[in-house]
Design a protein around this ligand. Structure first.
Ligand SMILES: C[S@@+](CC[C@H](N)C(=O)[O-])C[C@H]1O[C@@H](n2cnc3c(N)ncnc32)[C@H](O)[C@@H]1O
Length: 313
């Protein structure tokens, strides 16, 4: 996938009042945050911390809220400006230096600038070996690395395949959007009979898509898209054709962006062999004490990723 498309897909996502992307519940977040807080508690006062692929800065904020007065920087390939978009913890966000348009493979810092480098579901979206060597480069000797990454078998990654298939069907194969566009464009001149025929055609196309995914219990995306298209088509006549087409195109654009984000998530997920390979590569990057373990949350130990730690030699 091209970096430009990835950056665009995520930029749109982060230009909204949302703090993080993938943590399912408040209790999961609390469990994950506790682990981060234990790591931060071991860092010296005023430590310089880099949060890689920070998104809207949910992890960077955690560091900035510490009373240890950390100097926190967050980088991301997307164009980000959390202090403008996010209302929660706005004061802490203003104390963080955010750098958008910044691939993890090319961190714009000198060697040994940071006491700690962290990343939450972020570093692994980049070329992992290059990003890890960049993170090692900017760490001070003795500096610490801690990552929470996607796990191939995690609850976050598993449901993805079905959703990606549904989005691909809607955006690349089925003619749902073309049919809806035609209906809107011909509204001013269409007769009742023509309209009925068009709507029946759209409905049949929708049924075909649903049938294709009949074996899947989760058809959330399909249902949301069909409902959304229905709403746009039935907007009152005061809404112009151009406006309706704009809403439809915007919906298609957002759907494609979601497809890119979900595909990125699947591609980023690591199995044990991937993490082992990273461990081998880390030695040549000047990282020692590389260790990893499954990240789980809750009494049922739901798998949510890999915890990875290392120290700059
Ligand atoms: C799942 S989000 C995680 C964001 C944030 N760390 C959090 O916990 O909410 C993944 C982030 O990785 C970023 N990303 C994807 N590819 C990247 C790359 N090559 N370099 C830097 N950031 C990248 C995306 O823009 C996105 O913000």
């Amino acid at each position: 996938m091209r970096n430009r498309d990835v950056a665009d897909a995520w930029s749109n996502y982060w230009h909204a009042d949302r703090a993080d992307s993938l943590i399912a519940s408040d209790s999961d977040r609390a469990a994950i945050n506790a682990k981060w807080q234990a790591f931060l508690a071991e860092l010296p006062q005023s430590a310089a911390i880099l949060d890689v692929a920070t998104g809207n800065g949910s992890l960077a904020v955690l560091a900035a809220l510490s009373d240890k007065k950390f100097a926190v920087t967050g980088t991301d390939i997307a164009s980000i400006d959390p202090a403008i978009y996010v209302s929660k913890d706005s004061h802490a966000l203003k104390n963080i230096t955010f750098i958008g348009g910044c691939p993890s493979e090319e961190l714009p810092f000198n060697e040994a600038e940071f006491t700690a480098v962290i990343s939450q579901y972020g570093f692994e979206y980049a070329d992992r070996n290059i990003a890890l060597s960049e993170m090692a480069r900017v760490l001070k000797p003795g500096g610490r690395l801690m990552l929470l990454t996607h796990h191939r078998d995690s609850e976050v990654v598993k449901p993805n395949t079905a959703q990606i298939e549904q989005i691909t069907e809607l955006t690349e194969r089925a003619d749902i959007f073309d049919r809806a566009r035609k209906i809107i464009q011909t509204t001013p001149i269409s007769t009742a009979a023509m309209r009925t025929q068009q709507m029946q055609g759209l409905d049949a196309a929708g049924q075909m898509v649903l049938k294709r995914f009949a074996d899947q219990t989760k058809v959330r995306i399909l249902q949301e898209v069909f409902a959304g298209i229905g709403k746009i088509i039935s907007l009152p006549p005061q809404v112009t054709v151009a406006e309706k087409i704009h809403y439809l195109d915007d919906m298609l654009k957002r759907l494609k962006a979601e497809g890119i984000r979900l595909q990125g998530l699947s591609d980023a997920a690591m199995d044990e062999g991937d993490v082992e390979a990273l461990k081998q590569a880390a030695v040549n990057m000047g990282l020692s004490d590389f260790s990893f373990s499954s990240a789980t949350v809750g009494a049922d130990k739901a798998l949510v990723g890999w915890w990875i730690t290392a120290v700059k030699s």
